[in-house]
Design a protein around this ligand. Structure first.
Ligand code: AHR
Length: 665
């Protein structure tokens, strides 16, 4: 017992002495204005995972609007009375529609009802645009009664809004009307009755196709638009680059279900439906109703990039389905043949034309007809998502050759595979260097310990090879069995990002992943932004990204700790930048320990700083906490200031805090 307490005492003294010996001075060499920080440095990665597109960012409220879900063409719909599924509709690539006829009895109604994505979210006094392609095959006009209903109410009326729409054309035609909701409800349904009186006596038939309901108030008011709150959250991050459409979704589980951009442009009604590979990737999070309507396609993507001020960075399939899922499968499902590769390469060249070609070129014309005659000015193209080994390298080289020849102005991004290091990763980098791609995409969803060991990851990277695109990353707190969003993981992302910033000469882009998740429909977490049918919430990790992106400066300046934190340990981490436009120095300091640290930030080279230092602090000390829909502002950056004495910012950084300091030159 005595020996134990003696040992404990010695240990305590040693710890105290070590703490005493630690010098927490951060020296910022203000006169050494270093590498330029690329405007693309902090960006966003979008993938249709977690109902990120249909049911999420894409504001369509009707699920299976074209009756193309398969094998169940009525998925998401309830049918009553006399409804028949037909397949000779007006849209070649989505041929199914429904025919509604009278039910043949005075008290039996015919109609259809849609459940939306986990319900239909409607807001009081907001307007919604209902539209439908329809015809009356016998030429006799019918009236549709279109209703917002609350199926769960025990009030007299399930419908709380009901509007008539007359269908009178024998030919297929689009009918539209605006409906205003008189209540806020997260889980409404859309019900459509065939309602004119004569249908009860045996007449009245109507065909319905592409039944759609959008909020009128979408981002920028686009009719085929995006959810405003979600785009606003992206815009508020000030993303420099926008990667799309994934992720594994680019690859597909097999080549048939891969993402094909050409299927995502032109009239929305004729964009063929595809299965979403996240429908069945995880048996513990299985979503049989997860499909891709492609309503959010490549045109909408380029437009959105432009509107939020981010460089578009499309990722295309290299001629291989997901390597994970097909490792032992028949090759035919996993890799296209050498002859087949031409189609994929053409897709890449045609995408460049779609984005940048003149309005009278084949694909430029498609873009122009969709409403954007001016080129989008795409600069980057990634080929292959998480690809590795010879299969990939052998295919990629044909793309590189073709793109370089036709479009030397395009910067090509290759993959280093799914691992953050190791044999495959090294092999990947080696080959990317040989192929002289411009950037290499790295992915790391890693535990806390990995992050602690990687705080200097890019310090020793080869300065002569391709640049780095940290294309998918997040701290997954496996060690604590907490692989979900919480502040305790976000603080390590903040600390890790100092190595991105310090090495901005070679790290040109970084995008956290995944971006979006529906609280009722997720397959993967943590994620950056969560939402339900009415509201959204920014995670603590979101604010980490935002604090970097909004304070990225224009140039790196050296910032060093007098006692650097040893590899693998908790401690202080720092990086600094200068902003030529505002003439400010911006210093980021992260304390990953649980104790407060007294820190002096010496702005070496400046004599006297004007005024105080502005601060922005993210307090992650409540380790298990994150922002939620119920409590969206639990942990948000707090503005403040701290004293500067001469050229030194004197401050204390609390445990698990991330602080951004700003001073005027
Ligand atoms: O972000 C989720 C998935 O993680 C991506 O689709 C894939 O690229 C990675 O494995």
């Amino acid at each position: 017992m005595k020996i134990n307490s003696l040992l404990a005492g010695v240990a305590f003294m040693a710890t105290s002495l070590a703490a005493y010996a630690q010098d927490n001075t951060v020296t910022v060499q203000t006169k050494k204005i270093g590498a330029e920080i690329q405007p693309t440095m902090y960006g966003i990665f979008f993938e249709d995972i977690n109902f990120g597109a249909d049911g999420g960012l894409y504001a369509e409220l009707v699920k299976n609007r074209s009756f193309e879900f398969s094998p169940d063409h009525y998925m998401g719909w309830d049918m009553f009375g006399k409804v028949e599924l037909r397949n000779d509709g007006p849209f070649e690539k989505n041929p199914h529609y429904v025919r509604l006829s009278c039910a043949g009895h005075g008290d039996m109604w015919t109609g259809i009802q849609n459940e939306g994505f986990f319900g239909i979210g409607l807001k009081k006094d907001a307007e919604y645009r209902f539209s439908v392609w329809a015809r009356v095959p016998d030429g006799n006009a019918v009236t549709l009664m279109v209703q917002f209903i609350d199926q769960n109410t025990m009030d007299d009326n399930q419908q709380f809004v009901s509007q008539d729409l007359v269908i009178d054309s024998k030919e297929w035609k689009k009918y539209t009307m605006v409906m205003k909701s008189n209540r806020t409800i997260a889980k409404a349904n859309l019900r459509i009755f065939l309602s004119n009186p004569q249908h009860r006596s045996g007449t009245g038939t109507v065909d319905l196709e592409h039944v759609s309901l959008f909020p009128v108030d979408t981002w920028m008011g686009h009719e085929n638009g995006m959810r405003k709150d979600l785009v606003q959250a992206l815009y508020d991050m000030r993303p420099g680059v926008f990667r799309f459409p994934g992720g594994c979704i680019v690859e597909g589980s097999n080549l048939e279900t891969r993402y094909q951009w050409k299927n995502t442009v032109g009239p929305v009604e004729n964009r063929p439906l595809n299965k979403n590979r996240w429908e069945s990737t995880f048996i513990n999070r299985y979503y049989p109703d997860y499909f891709q309507s492609y309503g959010l396609g490549f045109y909408e993507y380029f437009l959105l990039s432009e509107e939020i001020g981010a460089e578009p960075l499309p990722v295309l399939n290299v001629g291989m389905a997901c390597q994970y899922q097909n490792w032992n499968n028949e090759k035919a499902h996993a890799e296209c043949s050498a002859e087949g590769l031409k189609e994929y390469i053409d897709d890449a060249l045609d995408l460049i034309e779609f984005a940048n070609g003149p309005a009278d070129s084949e694909w430029g014309k498609v873009r122009a007809e969709m409403g954007h005659p001016e080129p989008f000015g795409m600069k980057y193209l990634a080929i292959g998502n998480e690809q590795w080994d010879k299969f990939y390298f052998d295919r990629l080289k044909f793309f590189v050759e073709a793109v370089r020849k036709a479009h030397p102005e395009i910067l090509i991004i290759g993959s280093s595979g799914p691992d953050s290091e190791g044999e495959m990763f090294d092999l990947g980098w080696e080959d990317m260097k040989k192929q002289k791609v411009d950037l290499v995409d790295e992915h790391f969803y890693r535990p806390v310990d990995w992050f602690k060991n990687s705080m200097n990851r890019y310090d020793d990277y080869d300065r002569n090879g391709p640049k780095v695109f940290a294309g998918e990353y997040a701290c997954h707190d496996h060690g604590n069995r907490m692989k979900w969003n919480h502040a305790g993981a976000s603080i390590y992302e903040a600390a890790f990002m100092t190595t991105l910033e310090r090495n901005a000469d070679i790290v040109h882009m970084a995008t956290y992943a995944p971006l979006f998740a529906h609280v009722e429909g997720w397959q993967w977490r943590p994620d950056l932004i969560w939402f339900d049918n009415l509201n959204s919430v920014k995670s603590v990790s979101y604010y980490v990204q935002q604090m970097y992106a909004r304070n990225m400066g224009t140039n790196v300046v050296p910032a060093t700790l007098a006692t650097p934190t040893p590899k693998g340990e908790d401690g202080l981490f720092t990086s600094a930048v200068y902003d030529k436009n505002t003439e400010e120095y911006i210093v980021k300091v992260i304390n990953t320990t649980e104790q407060p640290k007294t820190v002096d930030i010496v702005l070496d080279g400046l004599k006297q700083v004007k005024g105080n230092a502005a601060t922005l602090t993210l307090d992650c000390s409540d380790y298990t906490l994150d922002n939620t829909l119920e409590n969206p502002d639990a942990i948000v950056p707090q503005e403040g200031w701290t004293k500067v004495e001469g050229n030194t910012i004197k401050t204390t950084i609390d445990g698990k805090n991330f602080v951004v300091f700003k001073v005027k030159k």
